[in-house]
Each structure stands twice: as C-alpha cells, then as structure tokens.
Design a protein around this ligand. Structure first.
Ligand SMILES: [Zn+2]
Length: 66
C-alpha cells in the first residue's frame, strides 16, 4: 500500500520511541523517510516500506490545500 506523506506532515507511529514519544514530523521524503521525534527532536531515517508498516496515523497540516 502506498501512503501519501509529505514533508511537514505530523505522523503517529505504532511503536513508541525510547523517549516515550509516538508523534513525529516528516522532514525528508525519498527512498527513505526522514522523521524528527516531536518529543526528543532526534532524527531517524526509515526505508519507505518500514515506515509504511510502522505508521499508525498521518495528520495533514490544517492549511494544506488540495
Ligand atoms: Zn523521541
């Protein structure tokens, strides 16, 4: 399944980060998805397939128009 995600989107993951946070901001899109933890500001890169499996919810920005 292809998930439409963009830089700036807030996402909730199924598995919690060691810091306890579930919410991340998308900072890079490519073969890998770059994410910054909203709780500890740590950055991680996940292959798209792994990201798709771990993501629980994508929160589009309220001002995004499409
Ligand atoms: Zn964290």
């Amino acid at each position: 399944m292809f998930i439409d995600v963009r830089v700036g989107d807030q996402v909730t993951m199924r598995k919690k980060h060691p810091c306890g946070g579930f919410d991340w901001e998308v900072v890079r899109i490519g073969a890998d998805i770059g994410l910054v933890c909203n709780t500890c500001q740590r950055k991680v890169m996940l292959p798209r397939g792994t990201f798709n499996k771990r993501v629980k919810k994508i929160h589009p920005r309220p001002n995004s128009e499409e």
